[in-house]
Design a protein around this ligand. Structure first.
Ligand code: B12
Length: 205
């Protein structure tokens, strides 16, 4: 049934995808099997997007399907996750930037992998990151950004959270971000995708 779920997502059959995810869980499939199918489907959609075979509306719909499936799956993994919280992470798309599809995937993956995530949303001012780190005591901050204009807010946010608490580790990611930009921002790590975000955070937890 995993393959059916992958197909439903990649074919943008929203209702069918949600129903199949529910059916898989009802029939005893593990939450990770359902999420694994979602990951595979997102990979297919990402590749299609890169090749120009699908467009922004499909990306947005795929993001919506992912969050709907996540809602169904979460109660099944919450108990397990609650028992082994790995740490707190504050995540947001930096000031001036409203791209959130990728950030939401990062939040989702961190969440289901056992992190307590505070999602600040998009266009997040530096001060809001600082407040959230102060309020939660998080030692990990994830900054997402897709615009060239995001580099400076990333740099300012990194400096501000580290000024508050030098132990805070910062990771950055998003379409235009690479190792060179990471260096410019002063962040500790760059991750190319949500799985990298999880691996980096686990390394710091
Ligand atoms: C979708 C999209 C939009 C949507 C955003 C919808 C949404 N709700 O997010 C809309 C249409 C609203 C939009 C608006 C704009 N966009 Co736009 N957009 C894109 C597009 C096509 C795809 C981005 C995306 O979501 N990809 C899908 C994700 C899932 O793929 P991914 O990057 O592989 O995701 C992984 C990584 O990013 C990583 N990751 C992400 N964040 C983080 C964080 C951490 C900590 C880590 C470790 C990893 C990580 O993990 C993700 C999941 O695995 C890109 C082009 C592109 N190819 O990137 C342009 C692009 C980013 N947009 C661009 C522009 C210019 C704009 C606008 C300014 C256009 C305009 N004139 O209005 C506005 C920006 C407004 C603003 N203030 O932000 C430019 C940026 C150019 C630049 N150098 O600055 C791009 C590159 C298009 C282009 N080629 O010109 N956009």
């Amino acid at each position: 049934m995993s393959q059916q779920l992958i197909n439903a997502i990649t074919e943008m059959q929203e209702e069918e995808a949600v129903a199949l995810a529910q059916q898989m869980l009802d029939e005893g499939a593990s939450p990770s099997a359902v999420l694994d199918a979602c990951k595979q489907a997102m990979d297919v959609i990402g590749q299609r997007f890169e090749k120009g075979e699908c467009f922004i509306p499909e990306l947005i719909l795929a993001g919506e399907m992912l969050s709907q499936v996540a809602k169904i799956v979460k109660p099944h993994i919450q108990q397990e996750a609650a028992e082994k919280k790995l740490g707190k992470v504050v995540v947001g798309t930096v000031a001036g930037d409203i791209h959130d599809i990728a950030k939401d995937i990062v939040v989702f993956m961190l969440d289901i992998n056992g992190f307590e995530v505070t999602d600040l949303g998009v266009d997040v001012p530096v001060a809001k990151f600082v407040e959230a780190v102060k309020a939660t005591g998080a030692k990990i901050v994830g900054l997402s950004g897709f615009l060239t204009l995001a580099y400076d807010p990333m740099k300012e946010t990194t400096a501000a959270v580290k000024a508050l608490d030098p132990e805070v580790k910062v990771m950055v990611g998003g379409g235009q971000i690479d190792e060179q930009i990471r260096e410019y921002t002063g962040a500790d790590a760059y991750g190319k995708d949500a799985m990298a975000a999880v691996a980096i955070a686990k390394g710091w937890a």
